[in-house]
Design a protein. Structure first.
Length: 364
């Protein structure tokens, strides 16, 4: 069942009131490991402005965080301009919904008092890829036809509203901690303005996420592989216009099945670790066997302090353990993923994982 609710009735509280002048190096490292960003709250309280908005810091790339902060600032300046033009005090608050797995999703809520002393509430959903700094379009999660169908069903069920679905593409959206896609419609966009803003959960009944029996023969002789590309789309069927049922990250380990052709492209059947399965353009799939595998294994030594053993060749992969400087390992595979060289190593206790190649030197 798709769930809708009034934003107008919902209480939004600004979160994470953090001192603007001080950062924390340990927090920066932790945030990078978890695929998240550190957030500072910037406060401005004057005669016409009561504003609290976020500033991103602590990302590995300053260019990326500058790109995100510049986009947030566009909405902040829009708020300031609107308040100055109206000459009536306004309030700006933010709420972080998701800050993990290289995704930052938030809303900015603007409360402006009108001349007749009525509040005008406007919510903006902001969603960023923490690797590239780019905004994440809805098409990364769902194709347009499926999205419009779910929006239409939600409005019909809760509000008894019969709307032409072609008019229901949301003004904006946010992603919650459970990866639900929450569409936000501004007041008056699809219903009486008196109802205020309306939210529709577009994934509460997402039929594209139902696991289906794989096509015959697709899972025969699965081979180990990785994804070689950022935000690669996992589709329900072969083809550029089929439903998007997930997004894969660079360096993610998968199992690769048979290949088929559609829309002039080769597609590979892919199975993720959680057993979600679908189709990915073959150009983004790389067999593990295609990486450089050491002949008869190599001997290696760890050359850094507190070097991390990771579950995947990816800076955002789980940290399995820490190495001791000078620890001897076996190098069983070499791979370049996410613009970095990696070594797959085996420790003396038998555990296997990935380490950045710069911290693992070959010994004779």
């Amino acid at each position: 069942m798709i769930f809708c609710r009034h934003v107008f009735r919902r209480s939004f509280v600004a979160c994470l009131v953090i001192c603007f002048l001080f950062g924390n190096g340990a927090q920066n490292a932790a945030a990078e490991d978890m695929g998240s960003a550190n957030i500072r709250t910037v406060t401005r309280n004057e005669e016409l402005f009561d504003a609290e908005y976020p500033m991103v810091y602590g990302l590995a790339s300053e260019d990326v965080q500058d790109l995100i902060n510049a986009d947030i600032d566009k909405y902040v300046q829009r708020f300031y301009t609107g308040v100055e033009n109206a000459g009536i005090k306004g309030k700006l608050r933010y709420f972080i919904y998701k800050n993990a797995n290289n995704t930052l999703s938030m809303t900015l809520k603007i409360d402006n008092n009108t001349a007749d002393k009525k509040k005008a509430v406007t919510t903006y959903g902001l969603n960023y890829n923490l690797i590239t700094g780019k905004t994440i379009d809805l098409s990364n999660y769902c194709n347009k036809e499926a999205l419009l169908n779910r929006a239409q069903d939600g409005l019909r069920y809760v509000y008894k509203l019969e709307k032409d679905k072609t008019l229901l593409y949301p003004d904006n959206y946010n992603i919650d901690t459970d990866d639900n896609i929450i569409a936000v419609y501004h007041a008056g966009a699809i219903a009486d303005k008196a109802l205020g803003e309306i939210e529709v959960d577009l994934t509460a009944a997402d039929e594209t996420r139902v696991k289906e029996t794989p096509p015959g023969g697709m899972t025969e002789k699965l081979e180990e592989g990785i994804i070689a590309g950022t935000d690669v789309r996992l589709r329900q069927q072969q083809g550029l216009n089929t439903k998007i049922i997930g997004v894969l990250q660079d360096g993610e380990s998968v199992r690769l099945g048979k290949q088929q052709t559609a829309d002039g492209l080769s597609w590979t059947y892919v199975v993720r670790k959680n057993n979600d399965a679908g189709w990915v353009a073959t150009q983004y799939c790389k067999k593990t066997a295609e990486s450089v595998t050491a002949n008869n294994t190599e001997k290696g030594i760890i050359v850094g302090e507190d070097v991390r053993l990771r579950s995947e060749p990816n800076l955002n992969a789980d940290i399995m353990d820490l190495f001791t400087k000078g620890e001897n390992v076996e190098i069983i595979e070499r791979l370049n993923a996410y613009d970095r060289d990696w070594c797959k190593v085996k420790r003396s206790n038998g555990s296997v994982g990935w380490v950045a190649a710069e911290y693992c030197e070959t010994t004779k």
